[in-house]
Write a protein that binds this ligand. Structure first.
Ligand code: URA
Length: 434
């Protein structure tokens, strides 16, 4: 078998056999296929797609390139919620304690933020002493105690994805639906769960800018799940404005805690309640959203979800008192208020721009190696559909270093697009695909 023949077949849109895909990926992982040949193959996939069989085989080979972790020791219905990346996306911090309070477990690999999008690891690491599990044993211990187990991606889990993703990044082959689907699903399938719920973000601040593309991606991931014998559900959620009010790290943890105290922002609430409802339905505990809603309301109103978040923070090395004392979180030295220069209704909030405005003051990373300042961030006070008066405060910037703060302010002002006509409040959940 020769690699060049495999590339040629993909170039000519001919179907590849399991053996050919096995040869290509195994030899690439072993270092026997040069990057220029793999690049040509990836570009051929970019243009010619993969059949369902090819995509499933490709994903399974990726999954099996490293450790596959099972959690037989955790006696709970396990949910793996995964977001494709957004701005202000603190869903994991809110969802995990709710799932746990409802008797389920949320065990997953979490990521760091990159570019304009944030990451769960950075948000929790704003808590002093907090350490993510680094081994399966540690994760199981914490998950058995609290129902929550979060671990960072390691080099041993789907190493092939790491290698391929770096190559895609520099060969303009990241935005390929089969390559994204296999990249995400190989990592999901490498970690055992009873249901995978994918939150595919759509819009200005997301990877998928339009609904049609996002739907295609969702369908391909569900297809892979089916082939692998795993239930996958997808919510397509709006990223044409940041989720909730806070964008950063420590401030997002505060917003998550406030949610668990019953102070929920509408869009975040819609996303969290929908995902929990899908999990409860899959577990067979509820028939519809309304039944799920009353169960979720209960664990928020009786404080049990908040208590679990505190326990999880403590089990991970942090001080659980911070759920009632935000002074225990890092605080930025300065605050800049941002006032609207016009009046009108908020038609759009350029979400990528807001993510970048937070990134340039240190809340995120421009490059993988950059350090995050957990104390800094942005809170916005107006959402799409709301009315803004001239000179009214629309945002606050929390910062430690004034180097980029003016630019951040200008970016926020530019991101708020106002109109004189009334604007309907957008839905946070655009579609559910089960
Ligand atoms: N997220 C992933 O894990 N992989 C991709 O290819 C894109 C987004």
């Amino acid at each position: 078998m020769r690699i060049v023949d495999i590339i040629q077949k993909k170039r000519d849109n001919e179907k590849l056999s399991d053996k050919e895909l096995e040869f290509l990926l195994n030899e690439y992982l072993a270092g026997n296929v040069p990057d220029y040949q793999m690049s040509a193959f990836l570009m051929a996939v970019y243009f010619n797609d993969m059949t369902q069989e090819e995509l499933l085989k490709f994903t399974m080979l990726m999954r099996d390139s490293g450790d596959v972790i099972k959690f037989d020791e955790i006696n709970r219905f396990l949910v793996d919620k995964h977001s494709t990346g957004g701005v202000g996306d603190k869903v994991t911090a809110v969802l995990s304690p709710i799932l746990s309070a409802l008797g389920m477990g949320n065990v997953k690999l979490s990521g760091k933020g990159l570019g304009h999008t944030g990451g769960t690891i950075d948000k929790f690491e704003s808590i002093k002493g907090f350490k993510f599990s680094t081994t399966k044993e540690e994760l199981i211990k914490i998950a058995n105690k609290t129902g929550i187990g979060l671990m960072g991606y390691s080099d041993n889990i789907v190493p092939l994805d790491k290698k391929l993703y770096s190559l895609r990044d520099v060969t303009a082959t990241v935005p390929s639906i089969p390559l994204i689907a296999s990249s995400i699903m190989s990592k999901k399938l490498a970690i055992h769960s009873d249901v995978i719920i994918l939150d595919v973000k759509v819009g200005d601040g997301a990877f998928m800018k339009d609904l049609g593309q996002a739907k295609k991606l969702a369908e391909r991931m569900i297809e892979i799940g089916k082939g692998a014998g795993k239930k996958v559900k997808v919510v397509l959620s709006n990223m044409d404005e940041p989720l909730g009010h806070s964008i950063g790290n420590a401030n997002e943890i505060i917003e998550a805690i406030e949610f668990l105290k019953g102070n929920c922002v509408d869009d975040l609430k819609e996303v969290v309640y929908t995902i929990v409802s899908l999990a409860l339905k899959e577990k067979g505990e509820v028939r519809d959203f309304n039944e799920a809603k009353s169960k979720i309301d209960e664990v928020i109103n009786n404080g049990s979800a908040l208590k679990i978040l505190g326990e999880f923070i403590e089990a991970s090395g942090g001080n659980k008192e911070l759920v009632n004392n935000y002074d225990l979180l890092p605080k930025a030295k300065s605050v800049m208020e941002v006032f609207s220069e016009n009046d009108g209704y908020v038609k759009k909030i350029k979400t990528e721009e807001i993510g970048k405005a937070a990134m340039i003051i240190g809340a995120g990373r421009a490059k993988k190696e950059d350090e995050v300042d957990h104390a800094v961030g942005i809170n916005i006070f107006r959402k799409v559909g709301e009315k803004v008066g001239k000179n009214e405060k629309i945002a606050e910037i929390y910062y430690n270093n004034d180097k980029n703060v003016q630019e951040s302010r200008n970016m926020i002002l530019d991101a708020f697009v106002l109109t004189k006509e009334e604007v309907e409040k957008p839905k946070a959940i655009l579609e559910i695909i089960e």
